[in-house]
Design a protein around this ligand. Structure first.
Ligand SMILES: [Zn+2]
Length: 487
């Protein structure tokens, strides 16, 4: 029997229903997106929410939640589906940056990957007798040049033979922050309700009863709730620290969505938890139940949001020597076609093409194994800066951003890699290794530690979140740009 988690009523298939005026109309099943459709979520379940409750939550929660991500999804959606949308590259992100030299904070906007101050500013570097002017574009810079020269002169600087640099893309900064939550009314409530809904839907789809998620679902009032049950993720283990800082390079299919539903037994009472990772960037634990008495759970969902399209081809028109390339695209191996005549191959591939359906889910095992391997390559790059010259600017910035690891970190990193090799996803987002009090390495619950740290480490969490935004923002801007040159 399928029960709607919100109203608690039995649901039936619409196609199995025949009108019976003597009985009330039953609740109908519908395909509910567990991660919102507008966020490119592909996981659906037909047995968790009835039609009526589905549309209620879609209006009350999803609509507001997905809007928060417009900033990132609008440019991506364009770059991935150019046929459906008009040209709109004008999406501008707003933020601030902290200057390296004096720690001054200035407001900036970020457009197509370029970072410029909202209002032009200048720096005079006395030793080099150089005037640096920062502005959004050539015109703004030229206008501001006159003003800044006048100012300098009035301060007694000899502007004869002064070097002038006009800069429309600030690269030299200490920290870049992007405004995401600022300027949105009730941001926290909208954001947390969206996360609660994802966690509840995922748990329900895995058979968790509606009575067993009291922190995200109020069955009396039939409402999704979000109180203090959301904990931001911050990398604690060395491996996570390293992998997250280079994730946009190391993850195939970046940006991705991940859901991990599991039971955490490191507390007095077992907690039922859903780890939610949206766009490889927004990373939270949602506690569904602080006192869970059901069976142990470990469920994973992992997908890319990069649009994948069925190759639109007429197999018969492919030249024989290119057949193998098409076969590969369709996931057909050479072995499968061994011994076939050419005509049989065409027929076989035609059939495969017909059957082919696009897959969005990925294997989290693969990501974790591959990414830890790739990460070692990045570490080598970082240690040998001469190698950095051979790679692109974006990659270089990310690799330079990988944090320094001390001796203890490296010891833990090695141990984490070893256990990751053996069981890639067993510990992922659940446990990390660190030195305990007696200088031995232990495995700790991430959630447990994060709850402890949330209040004391808000600055660390904030700067981590900013860095993650930056990686996503870079991806978005690079992809928008590629699209311009393609058209
Ligand atoms: Zn319902």
């Amino acid at each position: 029997m399928d029960i709607c988690y919100l109203c608690g009523q039995v649901m039936v298939d619409r196609k199995d229903y025949t009108v019976d005026n003597s009985k009330p109309i039953p609740k109908f099943k519908h395909d509910e997106h567990i991660i919102q459709n507008a966020l490119y979520g592909r996981l659906t379940a037909c047995n968790i929410l009835c039609e009526i409750c589905g549309s209620k939550l879609s209006k009350n929660i999803d609509a507001e939640f997905v809007k928060l991500f417009d900033l990132f999804t609008a440019p991506i959606s364009h770059s991935l589906a150019p046929k459906d949308h008009g040209k709109d590259f004008s999406k501008t992100l707003f933020g601030y940056l902290i200057k390296k030299k004096d720690g001054e904070k200035i407001d900036v906007h970020i457009k197509e990957g370029k970072i410029a101050p909202k209002k032009p500013v200048y720096d005079y570097i006395k030793e080099a007798h150089t005037l640096k002017i920062y502005g959004a574009n050539k015109k703004a810079l030229e206008n501001y040049k006159k003003f800044s020269l006048k100012e300098l002169q009035s301060e007694g600087v000899d502007i004869q033979n002064i070097n002038i640099e006009l800069i429309d893309d600030i690269k030299d900064y200490h920290e870049l922050g992007i405004y995401f939550s600022e300027k949105v009314e009730n941001f926290n409530s909208k954001f947390k309700l969206g996360l609660s809904k994802i966690a509840t839907g995922f748990a329900a789809s895995k058979g968790v009863k509606r009575e067993d998620m009291p922190c995200t679902l109020n069955i009396q009032t039939e409402e999704i709730i979000a109180n203090s049950n959301t904990v931001p993720f911050f990398p604690l283990g060395s491996l996570d620290f390293a992998m997250e800082s280079a994730r946009s390079l190391a993850e195939e299919g970046f940006p991705t969505h991940t859901l991990i539903l599991y039971t955490d037994k490191s507390f007095n009472k077992t907690k039922l938890v859903c780890y939610i990772d949206l766009f490889s960037t927004f990373q939270y634990y949602v506690v569904l139940n602080h006192n869970y008495n059901g069976n142990d759970i470990s469920e994973i969902y992992y997908q890319t949001i990069i649009k994948r399209e069925k190759p639109n081809i007429n197999i018969r028109n492919i030249r024989p020597k290119h057949l193998m390339i098409i076969a590969e695209d369709l996931g057909v191996t050479q072995n499968e076609m061994r011994g076939m005549t050419l005509d049989e191959r065409y027929t076989f591939l035609e059939r495969k093409h017909k059957q082919y359906s696009v897959k969005y889910t990925l294997d989290l095992n693969d990501y974790i194994s591959n990414a830890s391997g790739k990460f070692f390559k990045f570490l080598a790059y970082k240690k040998l800066p001469q190698l950095l010259g051979s790679i692109g600017n974006e990659e270089r910035l990310i690799i330079e951003g990988i944090p320094e690891l001390d001796r203890d970190d490296l010891i833990c990193l090695k141990l984490e890699l070893k256990r990751t090799e053996e069981e890639p996803i067993a510990f992922y987002r659940k446990e990390y290794l660190d030195f305990g009090n007696d200088k031995k390495v232990f495995s700790f619950s991430m959630l447990n530690k994060l709850i402890e740290l949330t209040n004391s480490s808000s600055a660390r969490i904030k700067s981590y979140t900013n860095y993650k935004f930056y990686l996503l923002f870079q991806f978005v801007s690079v992809n928008s740009k590629n699209n311009i040159s393609d058209d």
